[in-house]
Ligand binder design. Structure first.
Ligand code: WTA
Length: 643
C-alpha cells in the first residue's frame, strides 16, 4: 500500500498474526526475545496465581539497557533519540549516546542519594528531557517511578507520594503553560508539609526550568544540576528478574482513592516494544515519531518513553500547549522535525476541527505517513477530518484502544493489513484475545443491520504480557475491581462498553462504570464527589460525565446544600464558583465541573443508590428515562426547574 512518501510493510505482520493464533505463548516468547536478555527465560507464562500473572519470570533483563545501551552498542549512538521542543521555543537534540550519559549520571546520583532496587521515586515534572532521564534512571536501578501529572494539585500529589511511600520526589522550579512560567515546586512543598515527621521522603531533587524563585528546605532539597555535575557518566546496569516492578501509575477508579497500577519489566517492555513497532509500522532509522501525550499518563509512559526508545526510534517531545504562541504550533513542529508518525487524542483533533482546516493547510505536512488516535472513542466525523485534512486523504489512521491497566495497546487496526473504519478500534492485536459479552458472559453477535446494534462489555479473556500485576499494596482490590464481574470465567473486565459491527469489528463506546473521560483524562466521579462534600456547604454530591462535542465528556455536579448552611435556594454563584475552584485545587483543573447544579435532593433508588443515569439525562437535556425505581420521582421536577 502506498501512503505518503513511503510504503507500509505488511509481510512480517501477516506472518505474526498467523503465528499468534496458532501459538499465543510462542508468539509472545518470540516478541520478548527481540529484547536483550541478560538471562534467557525458560517459562513464558505462569498463571497459577491468577489473576496475578508472571511472564518470562526466570529471565533477567535491564529495561534502561534495552532502551539505550543496546542501541549505542549496535552503533546507533549518534541517532537522535529525542528532539525536544520547549514551549518558549528553545530546543535540545539528544542522541542515544547523550541519553546514555545522562541516564548513567542520574542513576549514579540516585544511588548516591541512597536509592536501591525496589524503592519508589515520585516524578512530578513537565515534559522536559529530565522527566524521561529520571524515569530511565529509575528503571536502570530497579527503582519504581511513579509519575504524577504536572497538572495535578498538591493534594492529589500528596496522596500518591504517601500511598507509594516514595523516598525521593523529582520536580522542577516551574513549568511553561501557555506562555506563562507557572511555579511547580510549591505544590511539592505543600504536599510534604502536612506530616513531615511521618513522611518517607528524604530528598526533593529540583530541575531548574523557569528560573523563578523557589523556597528551599535545607538538607532536603537539592538541585538536579548540582547532583548531575558530580555524577559519573558511566554506569553498568544490573539485570533484574522480568517480574521486578518497573513503575506504579496512579489512575482513577470508581472510588475516591486512586489506584497505584503496578507494571513489571519483562512483560510490559515486550508488549510496549512490539505494539509500538507494528501499530506504527516503525522504521527506526528513518521515522520521526511524535506521541503528544504527557508522561503523567500511561500513553506517555508506553509511547513517549518505553515503546519508542526500546525500538531505537527518533521522537519528538514537546513541552507546551498546542495553542501557544498560536494554533499553528503542532503543525510547525511536524514541519520543523519532519514528523512521520503522529499519535494524539480525539479531543485535540476536535479542537483542530474547530480552529479550521486553514491552520494545518498552511503547513507542509508531507512528511507524515501514519496517524494514530488514543484515549477516548473517536467519532467518525473527527476520524474522517483527521485523515482528510491532516492525512491528505491517504494516510492510514490507527485507533488504538487500551488502558493504564493493560499497559500497552490491545485493540487496533494494523496498517496495511486491514482497512480501518472511521471510529472503530477494529480487532485485538496479534497475541491478544478480547471479546464483547452480555451480562451473562455470552459473546454477543455481530450486528445484522436489522436492529439497533447490541452493546456489551469489553473483556480480555486471556492473560497478556503488559497486564497490570496488581494495585500497589492492595491485592484484593485488584481482584475485586477487574476480575469479579466475570469471576467464573476468569476474564478481565475493562469497564468499557462496546459493540460489534456487521463484519465483527469492535467499536469501543466508552466507560460503563463511574469513571469519566474528559479530554482523554480519566477522572472518577467519586473523587470529584469527595472533593465537593469536603466543602462545609455541601451535604451530598453526585457527579456525572455528560456527552460533550469537544472533550468527549464534561463534568456536571449536582449538590445538595447542608441544612445548617442555608436554604438551598439561597445559594449563590459565589459558592458555586468556590466549589469549582475547590475541585481544581484538590484534584486538578481538568477535574473542575463545568456546571454545578444545586438541587434539593439527589435521585436515589430504594436501596439508596444514586441514579446517575437520570442525572446524565438531565445534564444532557434529554427526556428522562425510566424513573419508576426512584423513591421520589418528583425530585426531578425540582431538579429540572431549578426549584
Ligand atoms: C478510553 C489511556 C475508545 C476507554 C490509553 C478506556 C478509549 C480508558 C480508547 C483508559 C479508544 C482509550 N477508543 N476509548 N481508542 N483508548 N479509551 O487508563 O474508556 O488513561 O477504558 O488509558 O480510555 O484510559 P487510560
Amino acid at each position: 500500500m502506498q501512503v505518503g512518501s513511503s510504503t507500509v510493510t505488511v509481510i512480517d505482520t501477516v506472518l505474526d498474526v498467523a503465528d499468534a493464533e496458532a501459538d499465543r505463548l510462542g508468539f509472545w516468547a518470540a516478541q520478548a526475545r527481540r529484547l536483550d536478555w541478560d538471562t534467557d527465560f525458560t517459562q513464558v507464562l505462569d498463571y497459577t496465581d491468577a489473576p496475578f500473572a508472571r511472564w518470562f519470570a526466570d529471565g533477567r533483563l535491564n529495561v534502561a539497557h534495552n532502551c539505550i545501551d543496546r542501541h549505542v552498542a549496535a552503533g546507533h549512538g549518534d541517532r537522535i533519540a529525542i528532539h525536544w521542543e520547549g514551549e518558549p521555543g528553545d530546543h535540545r537534540t539528544i542522541s542515544y549516546a547523550d541519553l546514555q550519559a545522562d541516564v548513567s549520571r542520574a542513576a549514579n546520583a540516585l544511588t548516591t542519594l541512597g536509592l536501591v532496587a525496589g524503592d519508589r521515586v515520585a516524578i512530578y515534572l513537565p515534559m522536559i528531557p529530565e522527566a524521561i532521564i529520571a524515569m530511565l534512571a529509575c528503571a536502570r536501578l530497579g527503582v519504581l517511578h511513579t509519575v504524577v501529572f504536572g497538572g495535578f494539585a498538591a493534594h492529589a500529589l500528596r496522596d500518591r507520594i504517601n500511598d507509594a511511600a516514595a523516598k525521593l520526589v523529582i520536580t522542577s522550579d516551574g513549568q511553561y503553560r501557555r506562555g506563562v512560567a507557572a511555579a511547580l515546586k510549591p505544590a511539592v512543598d505543600e504536599a510534604l508539609s502536612t506530616a513531615p515527621e511521618e513522611s518517607t521522603v528524604a530528598h526533593v531533587l529540583v530541575v531548574r526550568r523557569t528560573g523563578g524563585d523557589v523556597a528551599w528546605t535545607h538538607d532536603r532539597d537539592l538541585w538536579w544540576h548540582d547532583v548531575m555535575a558530580t555524577a559519573a557518566p558511566q554506569h553498568t546496569p544490573e539485570a533484574f528478574p522480568a517480574e521486578q516492578p518497573l513503575f506504579l501509575l496512579y489512575t482513577s477508579g470508581t472510588t475516591g482513592k486512586p489506584k497505584g497500577i503496578v507494571h513489571t519489566c519483562g512483560g510490559y517492555l515486550t508488549q510496549a516494544a512490539y505494539t509500538h513497532q507494528v501499530i506504527f509500522d516503525l522504521k527506526p532509522a528513518t521515522d520521526v515519531f511524535w506521541c503528544t501525550a504527557d508522561i503523567g499518563w500511561v500513553t506517555g509512559h508506553t509511547y513517549a518513553v518505553y515503546g519508542p526508545l526500546s525500538n531505537g526510534a527518533t521522537q519528538v517531545i514537546y513541552e507546551g500547549t498546542p495553542e501557544f504562541p498560536d494554533q499553528h504550533r503542532h503543525f510547525e513542529i511536524i514541519e520543523k522535525y519532519g514528523v512521520t508518525i503522529y499519535y494524539t487524542a480525539p479531543t485535540l483533533i476536535r479542537t483542530f476541527m474547530k480552529w479550521g482546516a486553514e491552520v494545518p493547510d498552511a503547513h507542509d505536512l508531507t512528511s507524515l505517513r501514519l496517524l494514530g488516535s488514543v484515549g477516548e472513542p473517536i467519532n467518525p466525523e473527527a476520524w474522517r477530518w483527521y485523515r482528510q485534512v491532516i492525512g491528505a486523504d491517504t494516510l492510514p489512521v490507527v485507533d488504538t484502544w487500551w488502558q493504564t491497566e493493560t499497559g500497552a495497546a490491545m485493540i487496533s487496526p494494523l496498517p496495511g493489513i486491514a482497512a480501518a473504519k472511521p471510529g472503530a478500534a477494529m480487532t485485538p492485536l496479534p497475541g491478544i484475545s478480547a471479546m464483547i459479552v452480555d451480562d451473562d458472559g455470552n459473546r454477543i453477535a455481530p450486528a445484522d443491520g436489522s436492529a439497533e446494534p447490541v452493546t456489551g462489555y469489553l473483556v480480555v479473556d486471556q492473560p497478556w504480557p503488559a497486564m497490570a500485576r496488581g494495585i500497589w499494596g492492595d491485592r484484593q482490590r485488584f481482584i475485586d475491581t477487574y476480575w469479579s464481574r466475570f469471576a467464573e470465567q476468569g476474564w478481565y473486565f475493562a469497564g468499557d462498553g462496546a459493540r460489534y459491527d456487521a463484519d465483527g469489528d469492535i467499536w469501543v463506546l466508552g466507560r460503563v462504570d463511574d469513571v469519566m473521560n474528559v479530554a482523554g483524562h480519566r477522572i472518577s466521579t467519586a473523587e470529584v464527589e469527595s472533593a465537593l462534600v469536603g466543602h462545609p456547604a455541601v451535604a451530598e454530591a453526585a457527579v456525572v460525565g455528560a456527552a460533550d462535542e469537544q472533550t468527549g465528556q464534561r463534568i456536571c455536579a449536582f449538590v445538595v446544600v447542608a441544612k445548617s448552611y442555608s436554604d438551598w435556594s439561597d445559594v449563590d454563584d459565589a459558592i458555586i464558583g468556590e466549589l469549582r475552584t475547590r475541585v481544581a485545587a484538590e484534584i486538578s483543573p481538568i477535574a473542575k465541573p463545568r456546571m454545578v447544579h444545586v438541587v434539593p435532593e439527589l435521585p436515589k433508588t430504594r436501596s439508596g443508590k444514586i441514579m446517575r443515569r437520570l442525572l446524565r439525562d438531565v445534564a444532557e437535556g434529554r427526556e428522562l428515562g425510566d424513573t419508576s425505581t426512584l423513591v421520589d420521582p418528583s425530585v426531578f421536577e425540582a431538579i429540572r426547574t431549578g426549584r
